[in-house]
Design a protein around this ligand. Structure first.
Ligand SMILES: [Zn+2]
Length: 113
């Protein structure tokens, strides 16, 4: 289950920011999760609680911000919404599109004390 290792990277980012900015406790973590990132929100919530235990973010709330997938098709020059990474262009059927959004997993904001 790769959600646990994702949560561990999130914790590293949190600890780094906490050290830089002198946070004593993290209350809420806002995490952008792209729909193309192949992450199960359920597993993420579960892994989050386990990984954050006894850290600066122990008991913190996880807020998942859903980021829809977006790609650019260079065949027809359209920007389209995609549900999967290798979807063909819905407008012209081209197979190779450039993914612009939706693959990310990023700490957007921390609510701290
Ligand atoms: Zn197209």
């Amino acid at each position: 289950m790769h959600e646990v290792s994702l949560c561990q990277s999130v914790l590293k980012i949190i600890e780094q920011q906490a050290a830089e900015k002198n946070y004593s406790r993290v209350k809420t973590v806002f995490l952008e999760v792209g729909r193309l990132a192949a992450v199960e929100p359920e597993a993420l919530y579960f892994g989050f609680d386990v990984v954050m235990k006894d850290s600066i973010a122990d008991g913190a709330r996880l807020e998942i911000i859903d980021v829809p997938g977006q790609a650019f098709c260079s065949q027809c020059n359209n920007r389209v919404e995609v549900k999967q990474r290798f979807d063909a262009c819905p407008k012209c059927g081209a197979a190779a599109m450039l993914i612009e959004k939706g693959g990310e997993l990023r700490v957007k904001e921390l609510e701290v004390e």
